[in-house]
Design a protein around this ligand. Structure first.
Ligand code: SF4
Ligand code: SF4
Length: 127
């Protein structure tokens, strides 16, 4: 458990798809006040209620790795031996930043495979 809060981060409201809203991944949700929060918070869909990125869940991830700061977020995948690193396609160079490289290395210590998604681009990294 973590006592963290999202603060000014709203990056999952861009990078994650929301089936209930037919919101595609990598596009801002129309209900997001960017950098502030959800404008329909009390009525937000269940998938939004359920979602937490790894940074929010685990205080072992450094504070400076908050997703809006590194332009990337890590989250569970459908299979327990892999996870997904979603990179903001507006900041493609973030893929090779020291912070994202360090995050990827940390993820590969816990997961056999890390799927990296950046807009229409994707790659699979293996431990
Ligand atoms: S990406 Fe993580 S820290 Fe940022 S708003 Fe979503 S859950 Fe919160
Ligand atoms: S409904 Fe709210 S929490 Fe869900 S993606 Fe849109 S802005 Fe984010």
């Amino acid at each position: 458990m973590s006592d963290r809060g999202c603060g000014e981060c709203t990056l999952c409201c861009k990078l994650m798809g929301v089936p209930e809203l037919k919101k595609p991944s990598a596009k801002w949700c129309a209900s997001c006040d960017q950098g502030k929060g959800c404008t329909i918070y009390d009525e937000r869909p269940q998938s939004c209620r359920n979602f937490q990125c790894f940074w929010l869940m685990d205080e072992n991830f450094p504070e400076e790795f908050r997703p809006d700061r590194i332009h990337a977020l890590a989250a569970f995948n459908d299979t327990p031996d892999s996870c997904v690193l979603h990179v903001d396609p507006a900041k493609p160079r973030a893929i090779s930043s020291p912070e994202v490289n360090a995050l990827t290395d940390a993820l590969l210590k816990s997961y056999k495979r890390v799927f990296v998604m950046c807009g229409k681009e994707s790659a699979m990294l293996q431990a």
